[in-house]
Design a protein around this ligand. Structure first.
Ligand SMILES: C[S@@+](CC[C@H](N)C(=O)[O-])C[C@H]1O[C@@H](n2cnc3c(N)ncnc32)[C@H](O)[C@@H]1O
Length: 232
C-alpha cells in the first residue's frame, strides 16, 4: 500500500527489455528484488553490510540475482562506472546526503536517455504529523525547513532533510535533468487505521484506488508523506 503509486509510475519505465538498474541506498532490497523479479539486472549500492546481507537473503528466498556492493553515493562512480545504468533508483536517500552532489553523480551514472526515480520525505505532511502527535514546537520549527529545526533544537547532528515538491523539482532541474512527473505518495495510507483495513472487506483495495486517484493531482502534493519524481 505504501508504495503502490511508486510501482505504478515505474511500470512503464521498467516494461520491455531487461535494463541495467542501479539502486543507490537500496538497503535491504525492498525495491531492488522486485525489479530483479521483473527480469532486470539490478545492482544495489549501500554502505550498510547488514542491509546488504538482508538483501542477499531476500533475493535468495525468491530465487533472483541482485548484485550487492558496499559503497557510498559519493563513491558511486568507482563502484558502477560512468554511463552504466538505464535506470537509477534513489529512494529514501536524498534526505540524508548532499542532494545536489548525489544528483550530479547519478547523472554521470545514467546513460543518455536513462531515467532516475527519486523518493523523498515531503515536508508539509511532516509538520501536520508532528502537530497531530502533540509535538507542537517541533511542528512550528519544521515549518520553514529542517535547518530551522536544527537551530531551534540546538542539535548538532544534521536531521534528515524533507522536501517540498517545488524544492525537489528545482534541485533535480538544476542537476540537469528533465522532470517527467511528480507523484504524491501516501496521502491517506498513514492516516487510515490499520484495523479498518483488516476488518472492512474491500477497504485495502479502495485505499489503493484513492492513493492512485490523487497521485497526480498537484493539490495533494503538500499532503503526501512522500514525493516520487521521475526524471530523464
Ligand atoms: C531509508 S533507507 C531506504 C532504503 C531503500 N532505498 C528503500 O526505499 O526501501 C536509506 C538507505 O540509504 C543508505 N545510505 C545512507 N547513507 C548513504 C550514502 N551516503 N550513500 C548511499 N547509501 C546511503 C542506508 O544504509 C539505507 O539503506
Amino acid at each position: 500500500m505504501r508504495t503502490v503509486v511508486v510501482w505504478d509510475a515505474l511500470g512503464p519505465v521498467l516494461s520491455g527489455a531487461p535494463r541495467d538498474v542501479v539502486d543507490i541506498g537500496g538497503g535491504t532490497g525492498g525495491f531492488a528484488v522486485r525489479v530483479a523479479q521483473a527480469g532486470h539486472r539490478v545492482t544495489v549500492v549501500d554502505p550498510s553490510p547488514d542491509a546488504l546481507a538482508a538483501l542477499a537473503r531476500r533475493a535468495r528466498e525468491v530465487g533472483v540475482e541482485v548484485a550487492g556492493r558496499q559503497g557510498d553515493v559519493s563513491g558511486l562512480l568507482d563502484v558502477v562506472g560512468v554511463d552504466s545504468a538505464d535506470v537509477v533508483l534513489c529512494h529514501g536517500l536524498l534526505e540524508v546526503v548532499d542532494a545536489a552532489e548525489a544528483l550530479a553523480t547519478i547523472r554521470q551514472v545514467l546513460r543518455p536517455g536513462g531515467t532516475v526515480s527519486i523518493l523523498v520525505a515531503q515536508r508539509h505532511a511532516a509538520v501536520v504529523a508532528r502537530a497531530m502527535a502533540g509535538h507542537l514546537h517541533q511542528a512550528l520549527a519544521l515549518l520553514d525547513g529542517d535547518e530551522a529545526t536544527e537551530r531551534t533544537t540546538g542539535r548538532n547532528v544534521r536531521p534528515p532533510r524533507r522536501f517540498t515538491a517545488d524544492e525537489l523539482t528545482a534541485l533535480v532541474e538544476e542537476a540537469g535533468f528533465s522532470v517527467a512527473g511528480v507523484h504524491a505518495v501516501r496521502v491517506f495510507t498513514d492516516l487510515v487505521p490499520g484495523s479498518l483495513l483488516d476488518q472492512e472487506p474491500g477497504a485495502a483495495a479502495a485505499l489503493a484506488d484513492l492513493e492512485r486517484a490523487v497521485a497526480e493531482r498537484p493539490e495533494y502534493l503538500p499532503l503526501a508523506t512522500q514525493l516520487h519524481l521521475l526524471a530523464t
